[in-house]
Design a protein around this ligand. Structure first.
Ligand code: FE2
Ligand code: FE2
Length: 475
């Protein structure tokens, strides 16, 4: 087990003190990363002291320390979960054999692409959300955004570390590319489409953390039991940090909905916008906007590449160890939709062997989790006698990739023609009026003890501190 080295300029438990070449590479990256951070990190907060958690170890208890850190001096580190001596590969053709500590040449290109694609999402989400630091609804929320931002930054470090230590040739070019692409750039955009949509309001940010960071969780879970052990251990530790991001989204949305219900009761109306709240219908339209962008991230349900990565032992299913069979993938079939062969423009459901639809398996597991969590909000609506219930849009609705791209559907998944879609657009998707209202109500509220009027106060603070009566960010 490699000890945690906090004295090193790059805090780490990957033995940088004994790996001078790797250390020099990461020091070079650190200089470039900071240039990127000051250009693309949270706007308007630079040297301020922020109450942050910083990793100091990788044990389940006490892995992080809380305290004030001047944001400009945050030390990004490289951490992996502990190695488990004698660990055997769980799935694929290598199941039962010792896991790899070095990357086999045969899998180099696939893993390089995986690391770059995952790595690219991390700075992408920081860039997307950078302007929100200027309109935070409380010091608590601002602190959470900054915590999210430094951790997404550290996730980039985790991927760059693996590129330098295990992929080798080309790693420096890859690292440069990861810092050079920009969310939403016309000429040099982030790799995945979802990461090129700016988060212009906090409702979108909460949806992002709820939906997209949860996609991140499933992507990380699928490699957290990889036969390439350094990848498994890096992503296991990333998952520890990811939990807070999903909490930001889930609890943020709960607070928005709670406030809306309170205003509805107080003013006896569904239209709480004149009272500074966000209408339930607006919230549903934002779900309809963001969910398809996240569905796109799962790739096509049917994917030969995903099968190859499984049998290679690199990328499994989420919670692979919960399945009974890990080698042949013949324990069942998966239902997927294909375009119907009769040129009607319709779709037919087909049962395919699990190995042929691993992306679909992951997407369906993700949807079950999201649906279960949304049920809690629907219970809040039911208790308040409000409705209709929040619903995720159909998999078919407003997709940019996959079998449904280029066709029009209602959020319920019924085919509609262009004229109907155009006529219903303002009911189904956020309107300019919705966005203008969010801009109007989402003014910064950054005084101690205060919180904006469009969401309920947080139920509790960070690390047992008061939720509002504490200066989480010293402005
Ligand atoms: Fe991340
Ligand atoms: Fe995240």
């Amino acid at each position: 087990m490699t000890a945690v080295d906090l004295a090193c300029a790059i805090p780490n438990n990957v033995g940088l003190a004994q790996k001078p070449e790797l250390r020099r590479s990461l020091e070079w990256f650190g200089v470039e990363f900071r240039k990127w951070w000051f250009d693309c990190g949270p706007a308007g907060v630079r040297d301020n002291e922020v109450y942050l958690r910083t990793p100091v170890g990788v044990d389940a208890l006490g892995w992080a320390r809380y305290g004030f850190v001047p944001l400009s001096q945050y030390r990004w580190g490289v951490f992996q979960a502990h190695e488990k001596p004698g660990r055997l590969a769980l799935f694929g053709d290598i199941a039962g054999r010792p896991v790899w500590q070095t990357l086999p040449q045969a899998h180099r290109d696939y893993v390089r692409k995986l690391l770059v694609t995952q790595g690219d999402t991390e700075p992408g989400s920081v860039e997307q959300s950078r302007q929100l630091a200027l309109t935070a609804p409380s010091l608590y929320d601002l602190r959470n955004l900054l915590q999210f931002s430094v951790e997404e930054g550290r996730h980039l470090w985790a991927m760059v570390h693996l590129l330098f230590e295990h992929v080798g040739a080309g790693a420096r070019d890859d690292a440069e590319g990861l810092l050079a692409r920009r969310s939403g750039s016309a000429g040099n955009a982030r790799i995945l489409d979802a990461f090129n949509n700016p988060l212009q309001d906090w409702l979108s940010y909460f949806m992002w953390c709820f939906l997209a960071d949860r996609d991140g969780k499933y992507q990380l879970l699928s490699v957290s039991e990889s036969g390439f052990d350094p990848l498994a251990r890096s992503t296991q530790f990333m998952l520890t940090e990811e939990a807070h991001h999903m909490f930001i989204g889930e609890d943020g949305l709960r607070r928005v909905i709670q406030r809306t219900l309170d205003l509805m009761r107080e003013h006896d109306t569904d239209d709480v916008a004149p009272h500074g709240g966000i209408n339930l219908a607006t919230i549903q339209r934002f779900f309809n906007f963001w969910a398809p962008r996240i569905y796109d991230l799962f790739g096509s349900d049917e994917s030969p590449r995903a099968a190859d990565a499984f049998f290679a032992g690199i990328k499994g299913r989420s919670h692979e160890s919960n399945y009974d069979e890990h080698v042949r993938l013949d324990e069942g079939t998966v239902s997927v939709e294909r375009r119907s062969p009769d040129a009607s423009g319709g779709f037919v459901a087909v049962q395919v062997p699990m190995k042929d639809a691993l992306n679909g398996v992951m997407r369906q597991a993700y949807l079950r989790e999201v649906t279960m969590l949304m049920r809690r909000w629907n219970k809040m609506l039911a208790r308040a006698g409000a409705g209709p219930e929040f619903r995720l849009p159909s998999q078919r609705f407003n997709r940019n990739f996959g079998v449904y791209a280029g066709q029009r559907f209602s959020p319920q998944g019924d085919p509609v023609d262009e004229a109907v879609f155009a006529a219903r657009r303002g009911v189904w998707l956020p309107t300019e009026e919705d966005r203008a209202h969010l801009r109007a109500v989402q003014q910064p509220v950054l005084g101690r003890g205060r919180v904006a009027g469009w969401l309920a106060p947080p139920a509790r603070g960070i690390n047992s501190l008061p939720a509002l009566d504490f200066d989480y960010v010293r402005l």
